[in-house]
Ligand binder design. Structure first.
Ligand code: HEM
Length: 362
């Protein structure tokens, strides 16, 4: 029912927001230019959160995070930490023990804050709809996620509780992944000067001296090398490296039967580095995405999952990542050392050490 809210046409209408958020990041980083290494993670997180709130939730928010949004962001980080600890601590899988633990109390506190924020989002949106003039409602626009979901609650096709859960998971799915991907990409291109130079040359050719102007969807479609860089970074460091499936009926593999009723963990990270990618499978080589002979492997690429439950926000992510990268790289030269990078799996894959970058104005 919600799939129409994830169409390419809907995401393309968000270009103004991707551009303004990227421009604001460029501005925030100006004082950091030439000042040595800094951790880009908080900046990227804030920018991605603001973008998802402005786009899929359709809220008009001011520049910068309010204290409520900061608390919301902190609570999401904390709850991710709680879930990871629970997964990693075998006795915490037992509900009886977990429900009596300090982890559970922390989970409840975080959920209270997260749900309170999402409830406020719903309330504000409903009030805004009530007060809007009829002609102001979705004038010429395709319905975004929150508009559509609210309509479903009005038609009794979705409960308020389900709406709340969708908002929570969509916000997380949308901002955590995009900011972590961008972080990986900056660390990698900061380490491979020749790749960054090629990105810059492509930007120069496609954007033709528009140093400040908005980037359009047509221009983005011509940035094929940046596409290759994003795909290659996501192949090596898939921010969602694992997906889970419930086995409904027996599945016969070559030497093994996956039994009905079991859960199955699919290691996307391993699939993306399997030998089908060739002897250089562990190397960062964006050019492989531009070689037609190797594109056969693209169907095995699982950076955004695969099958019926694959990522609904893939095109959002690509538009948003490409726009942000284009704005950043046309203004700054990025330096980093990805060999120092250590990564952690906290639901998503993220850099946790050696994650600083330096920038110089061009
Ligand atoms: C670089 C960014 C992103 C990556 C790497 C990514 C990756 C993934 C992956 C691997 C899945 C599949 C999970 C599974 O198979 O169980 C998924 C699902 C999903 N993603 Fe993304 N995602 C990204 C960005 C986004 C964005 C920006 C949105 C929203 C605007 C989004 C919304 C969703 C939704 C709603 C699902 C669930 C689909 C379903 O269950 O039918 N994702 N994502």
């Amino acid at each position: 029912m919600l799939t129409p809210a994830f169409g390419n046409g809907v995401f393309r209408e968000y270009m103004d927001f991707y551009n303004s958020q990227a421009r604001s990041l460029v501005k925030q980083w100006a004082p950091l230019s030439g000042k040595g290494e800094f951790n880009p993670k908080p900046h990227l997180r804030r920018a991605a959160l603001q973008t998802i709130i402005r786009t899929t939730l359709g809220l008009q928010i001011k520049e910068g995070l309010t204290s409520q949004m900061q608390l919301y962001l902190k609570s999401i980080d904390e709850i991710v930490n709680v879930i990871t600890k629970r997964i990693q601590t075998i006795w915490m899988h037992n509900d009886f023990l977990y429900n009596r633990s300090s982890l559970k109390r922390k989970e409840e506190n975080c959920l209270k804050i997260i749900n309170a924020y999402s409830k406020r989002v719903i309330k504000n949106k409903r009030e805004a709809e009530k007060n809007a003039q009829p002609q102001q409602n979705h004038k010429g626009r395709t319905q975004g996620f929150l508009d559509l979901a609210l309509q479903l609650t009005k038609d009794d096709l979705m409960s308020d509780q389900l709406l709340l859960e969708h908002i929570n998971s969509l916000t997380f799915a949308g901002y955590h992944t995009v900011s972590a991907s961008l972080h990986f990409i900056l660390l990698i291109i900061g380490s491979y000067t020749e790749v960054q130079n090629r990105i810059y040359d492509e930007l120069h050719d496609v954007l033709r001296g528009t140093a400040e102007e908005d980037i359009t969807v047509v221009q983005l479609s011509k940035l094929v090398y940046i596409d290759a860089v994003i795909n290659e970074a996501a192949r090596l460091y898939p921010v969602a490296p694992v997906v889970l499936r419930y086995i409904e009926k027996d599945v016969q593999l070559q030497n093994y039967t996956m039994k009905a009723g079991c859960d199955c963990v699919v290691m996307l990270h391993e699939l993306n580095r399997s030998r089908i990618w060739g002897p250089d499978k562990d190397q960062f080589r964006p050019e492989r995405w531009l070689e037609p002979g190797l594109l056969a492997n693209a169907k095995d690429y699982t950076g955004f999952g695969t099958g019926r439950r694959a990522c609904l926000g893939r095109s959002y992510a690509m538009l948003s990542l490409k726009t942000t990268l284009a704005h950043l790289i046309r203004r700054y030269k990025v330096t980093a050392d990805h060999t120092k990078m250590k990564i952690t799996l906290e639901i998503n894959l993220e850099p946790v050490e050696g994650h600083g970058i330096s920038i110089e104005s061009r």
